[in-house]
Each structure stands twice: as C-alpha cells, then as structure tokens.
Design a protein around this ligand. Structure first.
Ligand SMILES: NC(=O)c1ccc[n+]([C@@H]2O[C@H](COP(=O)([O-])OP(=O)(O)OC[C@H]3O[C@@H](n4cnc5c(N)ncnc54)[C@H](OP(=O)(O)O)[C@@H]3O)[C@@H](O)[C@H]2O)c1
Length: 338
C-alpha cells in the first residue's frame, strides 16, 4: 500500500485533499498527516481514525525528513514557500537506502506569474499575457528559474532524483471539506471588505484578471497525481521540469468580481446599494486585507492543458460566479453587523 505524507491537513487546500484522499483511498493509501496543533490533531484523529497523525511543525526538519523518507508520495500543501521543510522532503525522498523513486507534489501560487507587476507596483491593469501549462511550460520554467525569491518552486523544478509535480494554485474558491479551515482568501476577502465598508469597492480600474478553480476540482487534480504516483506512471511531461500544473475553470477580472459581490451583498440585504462607486488604491487595499494589492490587483491568467491530457482531469464544480451567493452569505454570517 503506497504511503502518503500530507502536510496542511487542517488547512483549506490540504484539508479538502485529505477529505478526498480519505474518501477515495482509506483502503488504498497509508496516510500520514503532519499536524502542529495538538487540539486539531485530536479532532482530525477522531474524524479520520485510519490516518496516522504525526504532531510536529514544518520547522522540525529532522521529523519532516524522517517522515518523507518513509513515504512514497509527499503532498506538501501547507505552504508554498517554506524552504526548510521542502529541503527536508528532498533529503528524505532521496535517502540512498530507499529502493524506490519518491514523489513530491508541491502547492504553489499564481503570484509567480505577476512578479513584474508586483515589483513595478502596477495594480488594477489588464495584461494580454496568458500561460498554458503545456504550450508555455518552457517560459514558465524560465520565470521560476529567473526568480530566486521563489525558493520552493526552484527547488521543485531542480530535482533530478524525485518525481515532482508543482501545482500552481490560481484563485481558489468554494467551501473546503476539511476538518478545520474551510475558507479561501481572495473572493471571501473582497466580500468581507465590502460588508465592512458597507458598499461595493474596486481596486484601481479593476481590469486585472486571475484564473480560478474550485477547491474540490483542485483536490481531484492532486488525487489524480497521487494515483499516478502510486501507479508509478512515468508518461512524458507528467513529472519533473515539465510537471507544472495550472488548474483552472475560467477567469474573471477583479472589477467584475467586486461588482458581482456588491450586487449580491445588496440582494441579500447586507449593504444599502449594489453599485461600485468606491475606487481604492493599493495602500487602502492592503489596509483592508493582507497583501490585497497583490491578491486583488495583479494578473494571473492560465490555461490548464497538462492535467486534462495526461490525467483526464476536468473541472466539474460550480463556477466562481455561481459560488458568489454562498461566499457572500458566509461572510454575512461571520460579519453580521454592517
Ligand atoms: N487559498 C488559496 O486561494 C491559495 C491559492 C494558491 C496558493 N495557496 C497557498 O497554498 C498554501 C496553503 O493554502 P491554504 O489556503 O490551504 O492555507 P491555510 O488554510 O492557512 O492552511 C495552511 C495549513 O498548513 C499548516 N501549517 C502552516 N504552517 C505550518 C507549520 N509551520 N507547521 C505545520 N503546519 C503548518 C496549517 O496548520 P494550522 O491548522 O495549525 O494552522 C494548515 O493546516 C499557502 O501557502 C497558500 O498561500 C493558497
């Protein structure tokens, strides 16, 4: 039975993957979760008694290395940029006494594609550029290797002795099915800020766009990668330098997202009007929500081709537009007084 080490099992992405992994593979996989919080570890254990819990922090590098050494597949979903744990995973998966090739599935984020806009401080503008994870894989590889700040992405694509997959999350939406944290960031934060301000708002011209994917569809992709790893599939382009995945189910400008959220908040009686009359700048955005100028103000438009052709992955969950009423309603419950 293949051994899977999962980090981030109490998080939004990792929790949803754990739900799917358990539903799909409790009898197929031997699952270990690294959990840092004792209370959350107890809850998780109650919910998933067949999952082996190891209590520890990503900074406990000896522990991470030991657990990776014993795993066939590591799904590192806790963080995009935690270098010590990522290096420990590499060490563990490349121990000479291992008699099998290890697999490392790493979550990344689509801000990777917006580095120039971020350094130029340009927010709210449209760009023409879109990135296809098959057609443009060489360009994407260069974007990673030319950006030393993307330490974990660089570590992933440099591996020769491990089968790696870098899963670059665009805007992830939808309710997670994990045991603890089930909320995403970008759209829920626009909704929360709309309710807090009591009116619709937009960052700059709002012409910038991100692709998006439902968290349940993202989990299907990660499970497909786990299955491919367990089946020892080695199709061309599945792993390694080309094993970069851009899961998406469409894209939307942030101006449109702001407008839809304002309209829905008005429809639900949470704000007095549905129009977007308040245009904020990057500084105001960052005061409303952490890193919001980047997360609401840049472009990251991607096309998912690799997972569709190699893993038969197809997104099937509701679109971001369809999920907006639920996002607004949940934020309304969390922040009821406007
Ligand atoms: N959500 C998105 O739209 C999105 C899109 C692209 C990329 N990403 C990236 O993907 C990663 C995961 O995102 P998420 O939304 O799932 O985040 P999240 O809900 O905050 O979950 C993070 C998970 O990692 C665990 N964790 C964090 N630091 C740890 C440490 N030092 N030791 C042990 N466990 C640790 C957390 O444990 P606790 O429960 O103890 O806190 C939690 O289980 C993040 O780096 C995020 O930036 C997210």
């Amino acid at each position: 039975m293949a051994r899977v080490l999962l980090t981030g099992g109490t998080g939004y992405v990792g929790g949803d993957v754990l739900y799917r992994l358990f539903a799909h593979g409790a009898s197929t996989y031997n699952i270990t979760c690294l959990i840092r919080d004792h209370e959350k570890a107890k809850q998780l254990s109650k919910k998933y008694p067949d999952v082996r819990i190891v209590e520890g922090n990503l900074d406990d590098v000896q522990l991470v290395e030991k657990e990776a050494r014993e795993a066939d597949i590591v799904a590192h979903l806790a963080a995009t940029s935690h270098l010590p744990s990522s290096e420990a995973i590499v060490k563990g998966l490349t121990q000479p006494e291992r008699n099998r090739r290890g697999h490392w599935i790493q979550i990344s984020g689509a801000t990777l594609l917006a580095a120039d806009e971020i350094s130029d401080g340009k927010f709210g503008f449209a760009t023409e550029k879109t990135y296809d994870d098959v057609k443009d894989v060489k360009d994407v590889h260069s974007i990673i290797t030319n950006n030393p700040q993307r330490v974990v992405d660089n570590l992933v694509v440099a591996q020769e002795k491990i089968n790696t997959a870098l899963v670059v999350g665009p805007q992830i939406y939808g309710l997670g099915r994990g045991p603890s944290h089930t909320r995403s960031v970008q759209a829920p934060e626009v909704a929360r800020a709309t309710l807090k301000l009591g009116e619709g708002f937009r960052l700059g011209d709002g012409k910038n766009s991100w692709s998006n994917v439902h968290v349940n569809d993202l989990s299907d992709l990660i499970i497909a990668l786990v299955d491919a790893a367990a089946a020892r599939k080695t199709d061309d382009g599945l792993w390694g330098k080309e094993g970069i995945y851009f899961p998406e189910n469409g894209n939307m400008t942030f101006g449109e997202l702001s407008a839809k959220i304002a309209d829905e908040a008005y429809r639900q009686g949470l704000i007095p009007k549905g129009s977007v009359d308040n245009v904020i700048d990057a500084k105001e955005a960052n005061e409303l929500s952490a890193h919001a100028s980047i997360l609401w103000g840049t472009n990251a438009v991607i096309t998912s081709s690799r997972a569709k052709s190699l893993l038969n992955w197809e997104p099937s969950r509701p679109s971001l537009a369809d999920e907006i009423p639920g996002i607004v309603a949940r934020e309304g419950q969390a922040y009821p007084k406007i």
